[in-house]
Each structure stands twice: as structure tokens, then as C-alpha cells.
Design a protein around this ligand. Structure first.
Ligand code: F6R
Length: 609
């Protein structure tokens, strides 16, 4: 979490830093700050609590002159979201912005206090500023000093350091948190995400783990973890600036929900031909590896974890390959057994989630057949560090609550199930069946989106509710979990999901006339079982909201609302049924007046564990 940006130019840089921070705000929005220095070494710093907008407003009344600068938008880890804790942090001539956590900061703090340094913030970052200042007294260039300081730090960092005595350069270091250099004309930048640099650069260099870089107006030096000078590939950006606009929509989340049919259509056009799946990213070596797969291990967090959970049903019922799925923060800290010929799959929108990345790194020492990531961000750490990668190509997702990245992960997972089934059994019809049935998915989701008025009306019934239960069976159970997560994170309503058969083992005690229960009930082989669960809730006066299709035989009454969705093949139902839940959460959040694109306490890219 936290977004950082630095620039060395031959023009005043404050506006570019502020614009960049707006694009990085999805990474954290508790407070924001910037610091610029001019060629005479005069420093101006401005920090504000809250969103970047507060900093921009304050900047309008402040003179911020300087051609070199650093800026930061914060997701608080150590210390409250107060101005004193906002970055950049300063130690005399040294200023620092930092994304990550310095785990041994208390030890370092105690040591630095003994050297006479005093601390003004509660952050872990301030120790970096003082440590660089202290080490600098032993001599050397800023680059050399930073290289000497890094071995003292335990934890994760993407950081940029400015020395006001040498305002012609910035030094950056990466370990665990992403950093990308943007090359300009006579100016250079360094940033957490290239999205923040589209107005000034299209040429990007991704730093690797352990890299330290020095940028000046006309020069870039990168050293690797052994302090050898290295060349890293330069990549031309493929993204258009308009892809980060809200367009005709009121919120990014709304836009991203409505983009789902188009995103899925694009995936199908580029990946399916004549009933077969084509992944141009996978070469013959990759196909040989996939053919050997006998077990799938999926590791992910949050919404991505839910898409993995849905896919488990597909792996086992369609491809007959055993699959287990685990939350990354659990997987990375336990000893687990690797089954023979297991493929390790990570799922992530951002490709930078710290726990998922750590799980991938751990898996490499464990004897898996190989690793494959399904990700939405090209060149992200997860993509670069996996043996194989499939891109969801959903376009930039800005709303903190994942929507289109979830459905596109599901589509890609289903295509992967089809592909591996085809590779393992050339006469199997599974691949063809999946590819053919997917063709109706975009139009089916279009039909669901037409229910927006009904769902916005329904949302009124949830606006005064403090608790909501979601239930489903089979593939709809993870959809219930994802629906509950959406409602929680953007409307701040407590929501819980259960496999419907579990109600009687405890949660039924919660049901009374004030408890809404959202039930995912497509017409499938589990419907009769689900109907019995529904009767158990009805008998205890629960308020029933049944998402179903016309063939399921439910009727509206005082206690029951029926939300009719198009009938769709069983395997596609989870991808369709999440869409009305996304919309419902969106409308509940609108009524509650939350900042739904940037819900409190959250950030889009979770780069700390
Ligand atoms: C919820 C949400 C989060 C993310 C989770 C993992 O709407 O977006 O739960 O799914 O933080 O992020 P990625 O997918 O980037 O690894």
C-alpha cells in the first residue's frame, strides 16, 4: 500500500507530483504529502491528512518551487493518519517517502536516539531518513550511502530518497514493494505504478528485487542486490490515458461493473477459436508442463481467493483434476505437503499483493511442477516471477472493490480448465463444451445489468440494516462470500456468507424478522436442497431475497422478494450471479453515502502483509 512518486526535471515539478498522487490514491488515502527542492537546495514540504484533494487545495495557497521532488499518499501502518506521520519524512538534508514496513524499526529507533537523533513521528519510515543521514557522515555518494544502509533494514520497502545538498538526483530502492522508473525527455521519474506518469512518460523500467537506482535529469544508474551496475529492460506502455477516466459513470466501480460484458467479449474473441482455447502466452514447453498436471494448488487473497474457490468446483467436476485453494497469508506461514505433479496457481488483480507474492516465492522451494499466475497487471511482480502467466486484460481497475477483475479471472480460470482438459484428453469434449457455452455469457450479463432500477430500489430495504446473511450451495457458496465482501467493504454493513447447508449448525440462531438473507438459487441439481434451507429461514421470520431464474418456481410474497435472472448453463451461473450482488452493494453504498471507490481503511494494492 501507499503510493510514491519522485521526479528530477528542469521545470517546477509540484503539479506533476500532485497529478501523479491522484492516480496513486487507490494505494492509500489516509494522508498525503510532497516535498520539492530547487537548485539552490531550498526545500518546501506540504502535508495534509485525508485524501490527495486536501493536499491539492493546500498547494493552491502555497509556493512550491523546485525541479526535484518526492510525494506520497499513505495507507497508515505505524502511527495514526495525522499530519505528523504523513510522508515525506525529513532528517536535516535527507527526505524519504516509503511504501512497506520496516519490521526492526524499534531497534533502529533506539540506536539512532542514542546517536542524538530525535523523532517527531510514530512511523517506521522516519528511521530510514535518520539512518541515511547518520551513515552519510561516513562519506560517499547518496547512492553508496543508501547501499550501505539497506542491510540494516528488515521488512519491505519501495522508497525514494532526496538529499537537498545534491538536488540534481534521487535514489530509490526496492525490496518487496514495486518501483518503476519513467524515462522522460531531459527528466526522469520513479513511481509505484506507471499509471501515475502517463502525462510525462511512456517508457518504463521496472526495478527488480534488491535493485537500487539513481535518477537525474539525463542519467539512470541501476545496481542489483550485489551492487553491480545492471541494465534493466525498457518497456513501452500499452495503456491509453483514457482508460483511467470515469467516462459517463459516477464512480469507477459503476463503470467497471458495466464494462464486464465488453471485457469478457474481448477475452473470448482473443482466446477462443473453433471450439478450442488458445493462450498465445503459452509455448510448447508450457503446454507440455500443463499436460502433466495432476493437482492444482491455488493461493490468493480476498476477491481473488473467491474466484479460486469457484474454480475448484470446475477443476474437479469438469477436468477431474483435484484442486485445493488457500488464503496466501495462511499458506506462507504453515508447512504444507506438495502432491505429485502439482501446479501452483496464484490469482491477483494487482500482481503486487505481498502475501500472494511471498507464497509464490515460497512455492519455488517446495517442489511444485511449476507456477502460473492469472493477473491483470502486465509486468507486475507476480507476472514477472511466475513460470507462466495469463493476463485477464480487464483494463485498469481503479475502484478499490474488485468487480471486473473477479469475473475476468473466472472466465480465464474456466478457459484454463478447458485447455488442460483438452491437453490431457484429446478426445474429451469438455474444452468444446466450455468454449461454446461461454459465448452466451456477455449477453447474459448485459441482461442482468438491465435490472439496475430494480436493484437500486431493492437497496433501499438494506439501507437501515446492520447485518445481512448471504447463502448459496456449490459454486454459489463462494459467490455468496464475494457478495458479502462487496457489501461489507463499500457500504460498511456487516455481512456474512454461509454454505446453505451450514445454517442449521449455528447461524440459524441469528435469524429473526429483522435479518435479511440473500439466497443464490439458480435452477440446478442443488435447488431442492436449497429450498429446504429457505423454508428453515422462512419459518423463523427471516427476510428472503432470492436471486433465481424463472424455472425455479419461487413466488414473491410479504416475506420473500424474488429477483429473476436469465437462465444460464450451470457452469456459467457463478459468473452471472455475482453481477447483481455487485450492483446491489453499489446502490446500498450510494444510499449510505460512503466514498465507495475509496472505502475507509482500505487500499487497492495490498503491498504489506
Ligand atoms: C475486494 C478486493 C480485495 C482484493 C485482495 C487481493 O474487493 O479487491 O479483497 O481482492 O486485496 O488483491 P489482488 O487481487 O490484487 O491480489
Amino acid at each position: 500500500m501507499c503510493g510514491i512518486i519522485g521526479a528530477v526535471a528542469q521545470r517546477d515539478i509540484a503539479d506533476i507530483l500532485l497529478k501523479g498522487l491522484c492516480c496513486l490514491e487507490y494505494r492509500g488515502y489516509d494522508s498525503a504529502g510532497l516535498l520539492v527542492v530547487n537548485s539552490q537546495g531550498q526545500v518546501s514540504r506540504l502535508r495534509r491528512v485525508g485524501k490527495v484533494r486536501n493536499l491539492i487545495n493546500a498547494a493552491e495557497d502555497t509556493i512550491l518551487l523546485g525541479e526535484t521532488g518526492i510525494a506520497h499518499t499513505r495507507w497508515a501502518t505505524h502511527g495514526q493518519p495525522e499530519e505528523i506521520n504523513a510522508h515525506p519524512h525529513i532528517s536535516t538534508n535527507i527526505s524519504v517517502v516509503h511504501n512497506g514496513i520496516i519490521e526492526n524499526y524499534e531497534l533502529l529507533r533506539a540506536h539512532l536516539k542514542k546517536q542524538g537523533y530525535s523523532f517527531v513521528s510514530e512511523t517506521d519510515t522516519e528511521v530510514i531518513a535518520h539512518l541515511v543521514n547518520w551513515e552519510q557522515k561516513k562519506g560517499g555518494t547518496l547512492l553508496e550511502v543508501v547501499q550501505r544502509v539497506l542491510p540494516f533494514l528488515r521488512g519491505t520497502y519501495g522508497m525514494v530518497i532526496l538529499d537537498s545538498y545534491f538536488p540534481d538526483r534521487l535514489v530509490a530502492a526496492r525490496s518487496g514493494s514495486p518501483l518503476v522508473i519513467g524515462r522522460g525527455i531531459g527528466e526522469n521519474f520513479i513511481v509505484s505504478d506507471p499509471i501515475a506518469l502517463f502525462s510525462v512518460s511512456r517508457c518504463f523500467i521496472y526495478l527488480e528485487e534488491g535493485d537500487v537506482a539513481q535518477i537525474s535529469c539525463n542519467n539512470i544508474i541501476i545496481t542489483d542486490q550485489h551492487q553491480n551496475i545492471v541494465q534493466r529492460n525498457e518497456i513501452e506502455s500499452y495503456l491509453e490515458p483514457y482508460s483511467v477516466d470515469k467516462g459517463i459513470y459516477n464512480h469507477y466501480m459503476q463503470k467497471e461493473i458495466y464494462e464486464q460484458p465488453a471485457v469478457i467479449t474481448n477475452t473470448l474473441i482473443s482466446r477462443c477459436k473453433n471450439g478450442c482455447v488458445y493462450f498465445e502466452e503459452l509455448d510448447d514447453y508450457a503446454n507440455d508442463l500443463l499436460e502433466k498436471v495432476q493437482h492444482i494448488k491455488i493461493v490468493a487473497c480476498g476477491t481473488s481467493y473467491h474466484s479460486g474457490m469457484v474454480s475448484r468446483y470446475w477443476w474437479e467436476s469438469l477436468a477431474h483434476i483435484s484442486c485445493d485453494i488457500e488464503i496466501a497469508s495462511e499458506f506462507r506461514y504453515r508447512k504444507s505437503v506438495v502432491l505429485e505433479n502439482s501446479l501452483f496457481i496464484t490469482l491477483s488483480q494487482s500482481g503486487e499483493t505481498a502475501d500472494t507474492l511471498a507464497a509464490l516465492r515460497l512455492s519455488k522451494k517446495m517442489g511444485y511442477l511449476g507456477s502460473l499466475s492469472i493477473c491483470n497487471v502486465l509486468f507486475s511482480s507476480l507476472v514477472r516471477e511466475s513460470d507462466l502467466a495469463l493476463m485477464t486484460n480487464a483494463g485498469v481497475e481503479i475502484g478499490v472493490a474488485s468487480t471486473k477483475s473477479f469475473t475476468s479471472q473466472l472466465v480465464l480460470l474456466l478457459l484454463l480448465v478447458a485447455k488442460i482438459s483438452g491437453l490431457k484428453n484429446k478426445t474429451s469434449l469438455v474444452e468444446k463444451k466450455i468454449v461454446n457455452s461461454l459465448q452466451e455469457l456477455p449477453s447474459c450479463i448485459e441482461k442482468v445489468l438491465l435490472q439496475n432500477k430494480l436493484l437500486s430500489k431493492l437497496a433501499e430495504e438494506f439501507s437501515d440494516k446492520n447485518h445481512v446473511l448471504f447463502i448459496g450451495r456449490g459454486e454459489q457458496y463462494p459467490i455468496a462470500m464475494e457478495g458479502a465482501l462487496k457489501l461489507k467493504e463499500i457500504s460498511y454493513t456487516h455481512a456474512e456468507a454461509y454454505a446453505a447447508g451450514e445454517l442449521k449448525h449455528g447461524p440459524l440462531a441469528l435469524i429473526d424478522g429483522n435479518m435479511p438473507v440473500i439466497i443464490l438459487a439458480p435452477n440446478n441439481t442443488l435447488l431442492e436442497k436449497l429450498k429446504s434451507n429457505i423454508e428453515e429461514i422462512r419459518a423463523r421470520d427471516g427476510l428472503l431475497y432470492v436471486f433465481t431464474d424463472s424455472e425455479s418456481g419461487f413466488m414473491n410474497n410479504d416475506q420473500t422478494r424474488i429477483i429473476l435472472l436469465p437462465h444460464i448453463e450451470k457452469i456459467l451461473a457463478p459468473i452471472v450471479y455475482i453481477v447483481p450482488l455487485q450492483l446491489l452493494s453499489y446502490y446500498v453504498a450510494i444510499i449510505k453515502g460512503t466514498d465507495l471507490d475509496k472505502p475507509r481503511n482500505l487500499a487497492k494494492s495490498v503491498t504489506v502483509e
